[in-house]
Design a protein around this ligand. Structure first.
Ligand code: DAH
Length: 337
């Protein structure tokens, strides 16, 4: 046996015999280190004859590779043993620490249901800012300067004369300014009033505004649309009542009440919506702003509505107090998770 082969046998035997990573490292240094025995053979190569050199060189390379890979294997074995030992102390069948799971706010759930129903009827979503100017909130909606809604006692005004919109009807105007008829949109969002806060009034509340402008739109379309909505939301046996009312921006105007045995409120009528046929004066004001006559009232008619979303959610989920929506009380919110 060539002395190099003897060296290999020794090295492999020592690697197998190593009990831990430290003793394995000692073996590595002894054989492969800079002053190790295999390195020493590398130095000795220079002194060998021409005939011996290639034979020994080849053998030396072979042995270096073999010893290196044997050490790597043994080392991997040690690491696997260590990991297995560490894992043995962990009970992987123990339940984890659960993170708290969030859920949608009941108003948001109400919103998604509402949007879903109007989607079925082909309504698209429209949007507008909460901070508005008086023109979009009042003037364009045929609401005169002496209307009580414009009173400082009733509305939140900013220093610059803008205001927090008192209703989502502002989006009707923004939508018509931006595009010619036909229009079929809903605009869900917040509205603000300086109401005395109590169980049914909040300074911030939410509405789903609706606007449908086309040729030959009539009260029958308005009635059919909102009756369908209420029955989808509250159940087939929901009765819907249209009461004559007044809004500056619609003519005729109605308020809608619903009543259903399925509702916790029982047999009483509950008011949920204002609506009507878009007033020609609103179309004219939009035309002025657009600088055209796209909304010619002799050609186009439309209906509009404003649904009280908080009210709908209170009925749907049997919530007794509107203030609960904004108090962030987890005992309340968890019931809708
Ligand atoms: N903007 C009204 C309110 O906040 C509700 C309303 C009534 C909206 C009639 C409409 C409508 O679009 O046609 O009380």
């Amino acid at each position: 046996m060539h002395p190099l082969e003897t060296l290999r046998e020794e090295a492999l035997a020592e690697i197998t015999a190593a009990r831990d990573e430290q003793s394995l490292e000692a073996v590595r240094v002894r054989y492969l280190g800079r002053s190790g025995s295999i390195a020493a053979w590398g130095d000795r190569m220079k002194t060998l004859s021409k005939e011996e050199k290639p034979v020994v060189g080849k053998l030396l390379n072979q042995i270096r590779t073999q010893v290196t890979s044997a050490i790597e294997q043994r080392d991997a074995g040690f690491r696997a043993e260590k990991e297995a030992a560490a894992l043995a102390n962990i009970d992987i069948s123990l339940p984890g620490t659960p993170g708290e799971r969030g859920a949608l706010h009941p108003l948001h759930q109400m919103l998604e249901r509402g949007i879903g129903i109007f989607r079925k009827m082909g309504f698209a979503l429209a949007d507008g800012p909460d901070v508005e100017d008086e023109w979009h909130c009042f003037d364009a909606l045929n609401t005169p300067a002496d209307h009580p809604a414009r009173n400082e006692q009733d509305t939140f005004y900013l220093e610059d004369g803008r205001l927090l919109r008192t209703h989502t009807s502002t989006v009707q105007i923004r939508t018509m300014k931006a595009a010619p008829p036909p229009i079929r949109v809903i605009a869900p969002g917040a509205a603000y009033r300086r109401d005395e806060v109590d169980a049914t009034h909040s300074a911030q509340f939410h509405q789903i505004e609706g606007l449908y402008v086309d040729k030959n739109v009539s009260v029958a379309d308005l009635k059919g649309t909102l009756e369908f909505f209420m029955r989808e939301l509250f159940g087939k046996d929901t009765a819907v009542r249209f009461r004559p009312h007044y809004f500056p921006f619609t003519e005729p105007s109605f308020e809608i009440d619903v009543r259903s045995k399925a509702l916790k409120g029982g047999e009483q009528w509950i008011e949920v919506c204002g609506c009507g046929m878009v007033h020609p004066a609103v179309f004219e004001e939009v035309n002025k702003a657009r600088n055209d006559s796209a909304y010619d009232p002799s050609e186009w008619t439309g209906f509009a509505f404003g649904l009280g979303m908080d009210r709908l959610a209170m009925i749907l989920f049997d919530i007794p107090d509107i203030r609960l929506f904004a108090q962030n009380d987890l005992r309340f919110l968890r019931q809708f998770a």
